[in-house]
Design a protein around this ligand. Structure first.
Ligand code: SIN
Length: 310
């Protein structure tokens, strides 16, 4: 009789989202999905987080707005997108038949703007959740300003919760002293999940021109360089809240993803690595499955939060 390998169950639940596996794409690194269809079957993913969607069209920041750094990159895109009405009319029809979860990343410069976007997205059948982006470091108004103070994070979460009944994820900024406090503040106001970390504020200089590499001088650092910092934030947040935590920050392979799951993340997002290998997420899903088989776990849930600190 041959030894047949029983495939482990990779599915996880984030509030009402039933993810076929814990691997999602991070907002701003995967377009809306169709951009990656030539490289992979996007329906293999646990979920797609779209590029940020705001109430009105935004042109974004002046170029240059990306710079490579050792083991990472800086960006200062500035939430460029064509606005929620354009999303509904032109992008939604292209993604509404996906069999993966699609979650829209929502941002704006005012609480009313966040509410407007959330209210307009609510009737869209395929969109079962939003990720409230209160952590973009690259805009003058809104963005990270909402995510670096407990009262402001709480008030925007409360306002959006009142108008949005589907899954509400809040994306947290690492540019704070105590990220667990912010996580608790948004949980108290009805967030169904928190995702972290968004980018770390950083800066790079072109010494020949004696000018900053980014038009905005500072930007958000992502990529493998931030992974230890991200893990160090996911771990206390997972211990501080009861809602599911979605971990991200420099995840480039299955081993990185498993670290976040062990630290307490129910699901993970892959960001900058998509720019290096557009099919990396499929490799990460396969690698998690191989790990579970190798360690004889029947479900990915068996490793979530199972960091052994004895
Ligand atoms: C940007 O568009 O500037 C990046 C978005 C973010 O960091 O949330």
């Amino acid at each position: 009789m041959s030894d047949s390998i029983i495939k482990p169950d990779l599915s996880v639940k984030v509030h009402n989202l039933n993810l076929k596996n814990p691997v999602m794409t991070a907002s701003g690194t995967f377009g809306y999905g169709p951009e990656f269809e030539d490289f992979m079957d996007v329906n293999l993913l646990g979920g797609i987080l779209t590029k940020a969607c705001t109430s009105k069209n935004r042109d974004g920041n002046r170029y240059p707005r990306m710079a490579e750094t050792p083991m990472g990159m800086l960006n200062s895109v500035g939430l460029q997108n064509k606005g929620v009405d354009y999303f509904i009319q032109n992008i939604y029809p292209k993604i509404k038949d996906y069999t993966t979860e699609v979650i829209v990343n929502v941002s704006d410069s005012t609480v009313e703007g966040y509410m407007e976007v959330a209210e307009k997205l609510l009737p869209l059948e395929k969109i079962s959740g939003i990720e409230l982006n209160i952590s973009c470091p690259n805009v003058k108004e809104g963005g990270m300003a909402f995510g670096t103070s407990c009262p402001m994070a709480a008030s925007v979460t409360k306002a959006v919760r009142e108008v949005y009944s589907k899954t509400l994820i809040v994306k947290l900024s690492p540019n704070v002293t105590n990220i667990a406090e912010i996580a608790r503040a948004v949980e108290d106001e009805g967030a169904d999940s928190v995702s972290l970390i968004n980018t770390l504020l950083g800066m790079a200089i072109d010494i020949e021109k004696r000018k900053p590499m980014l038009s905005t001088i500072t930007g958000g650092l992502s990529g493998p360089a931030v992974k230890p910092v991200a893990l160090r934030m996911v771990w206390p947040v997972a211990n501080a809240v009861k809602i599911p935590v979605i971990g991200m920050g420099g995840i480039s392979n299955a081993s990185d993803a498993i670290e976040f799951l062990l630290a307490g993340a129910t699901a993970i997002q892959v960001g900058t690595a998509n720019f290096i290998d557009p099919a990396v997420c499929v490799k990460i899903i396969d690698g998690i499955e191989d790990y579970l088989i190798r360690h004889k776990f029947s479900s990915v849930n068996d490793i979530i939060g199972k960091l052994n600190i004895q």
